[in-house]
Design a protein around this ligand. Structure first.
Ligand SMILES: C[S@@+](CC[C@H](N)C(=O)[O-])C[C@H]1O[C@@H](n2cnc3c(N)ncnc32)[C@H](O)[C@@H]1O
Length: 468
């Protein structure tokens, strides 16, 4: 065990964009960009000095702005900005160090065995030195064995209420530490993956937790089907979708991930709508995306590989192209066992001209997120024969499957396990090392395009009638 605290291990380096503007325009520009385009993290100022000239200031842009051409900024706002000043976009890198991190009001410790006799002293110092920012000091007890991946905690100081709010990249997440899974060390990975998605993409988050992939994806304009087996996680997922005002873009489910994917991909019987089909039939072909933009299925995928590979090469986390896209879907309903309350609420709320366009997931989705590293590989078999070739349009989806790899194992071994489960060969797999979780164990994300052999109807053997 390390005897010295290595504070650099806590550092996170963010690659952002900033606007260089005359300093007297700082207030006007920040006012204009306040609607979600400014960098927004607690205790970090979005306007900073320009090291090149004290006549200028740098306005740090949200991590949602992925490209220097500012195509992620709404046209109206961009035009006003252009009238106000010259658009001079510069790269800006920001390092958040050891002292920056905390998770809401809860200090979540993992005290090693040899320090357990001092746990109360440690907790008291942390509490006294950080109150009122820290109001609960909790120590993780034992290892996580339950299927919801929720650790057990012993409260060492402060109040026992573990409901708190944390911020990740401008999104707010409410959670109860005692009831749901949360790991603030995955922040970087959440945003890395979401940076591969494009506005209008359809995302299936099979193990969504309280939404750290789903919420930023929806904030980006993706349509998200988010599922978790833990009812408390789904409760906070919905709460967080509301807090972040993206509940029109997120459909929540509380079921086993395999059943979720099967339901999502089930093709509705023509002229024989089920309950849930009828419930979702409020989506008419006249409903449009607020921005009138959505994605075509094909053009995204080369971007993903490019971004994944850039990432692997360590040169860039961000995809560099944000294209204006056309809608692909026309009419029809989002078929699935959508959560009843959510459906009701959506039906009450929905007005013409707002919300995402109608989606038929059995025809197309773009990405599947599988963050259950201990066993996500085992779930890959659900993709074999799941997608029906005769209904599918556009490119096959990307699967992002998290896993652990021990030092005694190799990427080849994991790949062959994945291929066995899929019963198909994976072309050009991409392994991204997420973080070391133990001296001999690291978390990885295996990304690959669903092999065409997995499609139902791809070979004679697979062909089955789907007519009802
Ligand atoms: C490692 S957590 C990831 C949560 C979230 N994606 C994140 O990054 O914080 C895995 C989640 O999978 C959920 N889970 C476990 N088994 C499941 C299953 N069979 N089907 C659906 N969800 C499951 C757990 O409740 C937990 O919230």
């Amino acid at each position: 065990m390390e005897k010295q605290l290595d504070e650099s291990r806590f550092e996170q380096r963010l690659q952002l964009w900033a606007l260089r503007i005359p300093r007297e325009l700082a207030s006007a520009v920040t006012r204009l960009l306040r609607s979600g385009y400014l960098f927004d993290m607690p205790r970090v100022k979005p306007v900073v000095e320009d090291p090149e000239s004290d006549k200028n200031r740098l306005v740090v842009l949200s991590e949602k702005i992925q490209s220097a051409d500012l195509s992620d900024i709404e046209e109206k706002v961009y035009d006003s900005l252009k009238q106000l000043c010259n658009i001079d976009v510069v790269p800006y890198s920001l390092t958040l160090g050891y002292s920056y991190w905390s998770a809401g009001h809860v200090a979540h410790l993992n005290i090693p065995d040899d320090l357990l006799p001092y746990k109360d002293v440690i907790a008291k110092v942390i509490y006294d030195k950080n109150y009122p920012r820290i109001q609960t000091v909790a120590n993780k007890v034992g290892s996580i064995t339950n299927e919801f991946r929720v650790p057990q905690f012993e409260i060492l100081a402060g109040k026992s209420d573990m409901v708190t709010e944390v911020k990740q990249y401008g999104a707010t997440f409410k959670l109860d530490y005692g009831l749901v899974y949360w790991n603030s060390r995955l922040e970087h990975e959440h945003i890395r993956l979401v940076s591969l998605f494009k506005k209008g993409d359809v995302i299936c988050d099979m193990f969504a937790g309280i939404g750290p992939f789903s919420i930023p994806a929806a904030q980006k304009g993706c349509i998200v089907y988010a599922n978790d087996l833990n009812p408390d996680s789904v409760h906070y997922l919905r709460t967080n979708a509301q807090i972040n005002k993206v509940d029109d873009y997120i459909f929540t489910y509380n079921m086993d991930a395999r059943v979720f994917m099967q339901n999502l991909l089930e093709v509705p019987c023509s002229g024989n709508k089920s309950e849930s089909h009828v419930a979702a039939a409020n989506y008419s072909s006249e409903d449009i995306n607020p921005t009138n933009e959505s994605s075509t299925s094909n053009e995204n995928h080369s971007d993903v590989r490019e971004s994944c590979q850039k990432d692997i090469n360590g040169s860039s986390m961000m995809s560099t192209t944000t294209k204006r896209r056309q809608e692909t879907s026309n009419g029809g309903g989002a078929y699935c066992q959508e959560d009843a309350n959510h459906t009701k609420k959506r039906n009450n709320k929905r007005v013409k001209g707002s919300g995402p366009p109608p989606i038929k997931p059995w025809e197309h989705f773009d990405h599947v997120v599988m963050n259950l590293p201990a066993s996500a590989l085992q779930f890959l078999d659900c993709f074999s024969g799941l997608v029906q070739k005769k209904y599918w349009t556009g490119s096959l989806p990307w699967i992002h499957c998290y896993c652990f790899i021990r030092s005694s194992e190799s990427e080849e071994l994991i790949l062959s396990e994945a291929q066995n489960k899929l019963n198909a060969k994976i072309a050009e797999p991409i392994f991204h090392r997420v973080r070391d979780v133990a001296p001999n164990k690291a978390m990885f994300c295996l990304s690959f395009r669903l092999p065409s052999e997995c499609l139902k109807g791809e070979s004679e053997d697979h062909i089955q009638s789907v007519d009802c």
